[in-house]
Design a protein around this ligand. Structure first.
Ligand code: URP
Ligand code: ZN
Ligand code: ZN
Ligand code: ZN
Length: 478
């Protein structure tokens, strides 16, 4: 077994920071030691296989991206990152665990959807991976199948109030699935947008000749996110099910979550980097020489990017500070412009929904530390510790402490990262949603379970390293 000593760094956990050396033995962290500690009167550096100098840098637990869609069939095509390319890009960006979504649609069996997802991922991942289960058709079969998910290490499932005809559940289905959630301890994750109302507005806009990507954002009005969030909260309250609302982008939806938490309800919220930085005006409304006013298709995702004039982005940062939102995941669901996004030229309704950001989440959130929006410890909490706690991985993942998996990132606060195509971009996309972003900080070195994935020479991992993460049930208490 290989031993590694990471010396001279500042270890950052959700609970605080400390100058410490980290000793890794095999796949786990053996000790977190006072800097320069000795063993039997000898310098520890002399007795380990590898020494990593982290002087002036942060040593943090590897990022956990709890919301990804590798090679997901969606919008008439398939998300362009495979488990291989997507997890490699994750490693480049300091993310050492992902939780992807296995899929069941109406009329399909959960067991088969899950087996298909295992087949896609096994032997293809650079980092460890777990699954949530999408229940896209709540019926007798899928409700029964939910009883066995916990034994499979899948302790959360996602329902959709959006996408009628694809993954949509009506209120009766949601109620029954939440009753099952209460019974089994599975966490209900909710895509909270009123899909039927959105479809009416989208059709009306299209019929008025308003066909460009900008109108994707107009059709998916914040009122329809607020309403669905409120409805999900009420149904969860009624059933006693814990609730985690994914990809929150409307400030009014955050207000609903905050109010429910103030009442003592077990509800949680996730946002994504795109909702912290990007907007309806600047991105969905963009035009370019190459794509004209179809340029905005690069940022078509749901929930949509929202108006900066209305202040949604500031509200997301604020909620991350005040813990009204608990996690930042990417909702990584990339599509290329050529051959995928361009299916929706002339009709925004046909643009595949999704943005790719898995490589940039750790860096983009670090900007919140640079600007003073969040503390160093809160950064680590948002990108690693809370996802671990929320999704049954804590102790193994999400913390730098003895006994934990040696999933570690050396992060250089003096470093600099240029994001975009042909720069630090390894996702399988023909564009970057973050083209031109210049950010402070740099992922210098990445380790997953004692194996180095990224060092000063670049990516040195392998697609057979990542293992399936059987996740534990978690007690959801605010
Ligand atoms: O636009 C998005 N979010 N695409 C991925 C599917 C989903 O709803 O999470
Ligand atoms: Zn969704
Ligand atoms: Zn998603
Ligand atoms: Zn660097």
């Amino acid at each position: 077994m290989t031993t590694t000593l990471i010396t001279g760094g500042t270890v950052v956990n959700a609970t605080g920071t400390a100058a410490a050396d980290v000793l890794v033995d095999g796949e786990t962290i053996a000790a977190v030691l006072a800097p320069g500690s000795q063993l039997l009167g000898q310098d520890l550096t002399a007795s380990v296989d590898r020494v990593v100098d982290a002087t002036g840098k942060y040593v943090i637990p590897g990022g956990i991206d709890a919301h990804t869609h590798m090679q997901m069939p969606f919008g008439g095509t398939e998300a362009s990152d495979t488990f291989e390319t997507g997890t490699r890009a994750a490693a480049w960006g300091g993310t050492t665990s992902i939780i992807d979504f296995a899929i069941q649609r109406y009329g399909e069996r959960v067991e088969e959807g899950l087996a298909a997802w295992h087949e896609k991922a096994a032997g293809e991942c650079a980092v460890d991976y777990g699954f949530h289960q999408i229940i896209g058709g709540v019926d007798e079969h899928s409700l029964k199948a939910m009883d066995t998910l916990v034994d499979e290490g899948i302790t959360s499932f996602k329902l959709f109030m959006a996408y009628p005809g694809v993954f949509f559940s009506d209120d009766a289905q949601i109620l029954r699935a939440m009753q099952k959630s209460r019974e089994t301890g599975l966490l209900t994750m909710m895509h909270a947008e009123n899909g039927p109302a959105i479809d009416v507005l989208a059709e009306q806009l299209y019929n008025q000749g308003k066909t460009t990507p900008y109108f994707h954002g107009i059709a998916r009005a914040w009122q329809l996110e607020e309403e669905a969030t409120h409805r999900a909260i009420m149904l969860a309250d009624l059933t006693g099910a814990p609730l985690y609302v994914v990809h929150v982008s409307a400030k009014q939806a955050v207000e609903q979550l905050a109010a429910a938490r103030d009442r003592g309800q077990n509800v949680f919220g996730e946002t994504c980097p795109q909702y912290l930085y990007l907007s309806l005006e600047d991105q969905l409304g963009a035009s370019s020489e190459e794509w004209g006013d179809f340029e905005g298709a690069k940022w078509v995702c749901s929930t949509p990017l929202r108006s900066r004039a209305e202040g949604h982005q500031d509200a997301m940062w604020r909620a991350l500070r005040t813990n009204d939102l608990q996690t930042v995941s990417t909702d990584h669901c990339p599509f290329c412009m050529k051959g995928q996004k361009d299916l929706g030229q002339g009709d925004f309704r046909a643009i595949p929904n999704g943005i790719g950001s898995i490589e940039h989440r750790v860096d983009l959130l670090y900007q919140g530390v640079v600007t003073g929006e969040i503390t160093l410890s809160r950064w680590v909490e948002l990108i690693s510790t809370t996802p671990a706690r929320m999704f049954g991985l804590y102790g193994r993942k999400g913390v730098v402490q003895p006994g934990a998996d040696a999933d570690l990132v050396v992060y250089d606060p003096q470093g600099h990262t240029s994001i975009g195509l042909g720069k630090s971009h390894h996702m399988n996309m023909d564009y970057s949603a973050w083209e031109g972003y210049e950010v402070d900080g740099h992922v210098d070195w990445v380790m997953s379970r004692g194996n180095v994935l990224v060092d000063e020479t670049g990516y040195v991992g392998s697609k057979t390293h990542g293992r399936f993460l059987k996740r534990d049930l978690t007690q959801y208490l605010v």
